[in-house]
Ligand binder design. Sequence first.
Ligand SMILES: [Zn+2]
Length: 67
Amino acid sequence: MFTCRNKSCGAEWALSDVDIHNEGQGLLFRCPMCGARNYVKPQKTKEGEVSYKQIQQVQEIPPSGKR
Ligand SMILES: [Zn+2]
């Protein structure tokens, strides 16, 4: 179960509800409700299946054009 890290949203999603993909900054899913980026980390279970763990910290993209 994942929880949207957008505090004003906070919706909960099962793995089957979200689309996990890579936008260049690591694996994430977009909250289907508010569109917030929620980063996840793939983990292998003992059974050899891949599960995803939600990462709490925000990976900020450095502002471009700033020197
Ligand atoms: Zn959300």
